[in-house]
Ligand binder design. Structure first.
Ligand SMILES: [Ca+2]
Length: 158
């Protein structure tokens, strides 16, 4: 897969050379994560499962960012949401660690989580070469879904 260009809405785009980092996908369309569209979705409905869900990116070199926007997939009563989390983790010097982030709106950890247009995680700026949201898959079919994952550097002090 080729690196994707990053949609520029405002602020500084930090993903011009982002590579997808995912645990499993239904259809292998990882480009859905940062194609700038919210009408195409991917999910983790097939594959081995059983471990933490991961949707994220890695970059060839560290960069600063302070916001992650997660756009969930379609509404579905069988799955697509996180039963816990999702948490934002970053990779610094090869190790993943959770960042303390504010989240708006609050994530309900049930099927109503898919009703929100987006979830915005804000945190003190970090310099990392990877970012991901992670948690346990919810619903009877145990999968999560995604339409877009944006990473921004708003320039907050860090
Ligand atoms: Ca998309």
């Amino acid at each position: 897969m080729n690196p994707r260009s990053w949609p520029i809405v405002d602020g500084a785009p930090v993903n011009p050379d982002a590579w997808p980092l995912v645990s499993r996908t239904s259809d292998g369309r990882t480009e859905v994560l940062n194609d700038g569209r919210r009408d195409l979705v991917e999910d983790s409905g097939r594959g081995p499962g059983g471990s933490a869900e991961v949707w994220g990116y890695e970059w060839p070199a560290p960069r600063w960012f302070d916001r992650v926007v997660y756009v969930p997939g379609r509404q579905d009563s069988l799955g697509g949401w996180f039963a816990d989390g999702p948490r934002v983790e970053v990779r610094v010097d090869g190790a993943w660690r959770e960042v303390g982030a504010s989240l708006a709106p609050a994530y309900p950890n049930d099927h109503t989580a898919l009703e929100a247009d987006e979830y915005v995680f804000d945190f003190t700026a970090v310099c990392a070469d990877g970012v991901r949201i992670t948690g346990t898959a919810g619903g009877p079919f145990r999968y999560t879904s995604i339409a877009e994952l944006e990473v921004w550097h708003r320039g907050a002090a860090g």
